[in-house]
Write a protein that binds this ligand. Sequence first.
Ligand code: ZN
Ligand code: ZN
Length: 250
Amino acid sequence: MFLLPRDTYTVTTTKRKGRGVFATRDIAPGTIIGDYIGTLMRPEDENEKRDGLYTMGIGALYDVLASPKKEGIHLINHSCAANCGIYPYRGHILYIATRHIFDEEEITVNYMLGKAHDEKNTECSMHACHCGTKICTGTMHENDTAYAIWEALEKRESVPWQKKIPGKYGEELQPLETYSPAISLDDLMYQYPAFGSEQKRPMTFQETSLPSLAALSMQIRKTGRQLSFPKLHFAIYGIRHGMILGERTN
Ligand SMILES: [Zn+2]
Ligand SMILES: [Zn+2]
C-alpha cells in the first residue's frame, strides 16, 4: 500500500528489473512511502521459488506476503544505493525516503537479504543485483555489518510486536489507522546509509578539510546529491555504516 499521494509516483515496466516505481514529483527525506501489505504467514512457510521476492520478514512470528497482482510498495526494486529504507513500525514494515528523491527518479530500497547460500554470496545468481549504480556489489545479499545493524533496529522496534500477530495467518494484514506523517532526519541518521543521486550533478564544496560524517550524511539526505570536494580531489557517492564511498578526482 502506498502512503504517498497518487500524483507523486508511477508504476512502470523497466528494461531489466520488471516493474519499478518512479517518483513523479520531488519527495522529501523522511517521507513515508508506504506500508508493506499482504497475507500474514508463518516464517517457516516462506517459499521464494513459489512466491518470488514478495515476502517481507517482520519478526519471529510472521511474514507478510504481498501479491504481485496488486499495486503496492512491494513493486519497489532493490538497489545497492537505495534512496529508501525499511522501517519497522508497530508490527508493520514501512518504506521511508532516506534522502531527497528527485522527480523521475526510481524509488529504490535495500531488500536487506541476509547472509545465505555460500560464504561469499557472490555465487548466488538468484539474487544478483542489476541496480547498475557505481557501488553495486552485484548481489542483493548484505554484508554482515550492514545486516547486524538492520537486525538491531528490527529487534528494538519490533520487540513489543514480537508476541502478537496483527491478525490471523492466511489473512490480509490490515493497514494501521494512522501513520506519522514523516520520520525525522535525525531518526534516519545512524541507521540508514545515504547515497546521492547518480543522475544529478553533485553539490560542490570548496572546503579544504572534510566535514564530519554526520554533516556529510545530512547534506546528502537534504539535497539528494553526491558531494564533490574539488580542493580535496574527492567525490563522495555516499556514506554507508560509518564508511565514505567515493573516488579520487583530478
Ligand atoms: Zn541468494
Ligand atoms: Zn546493486
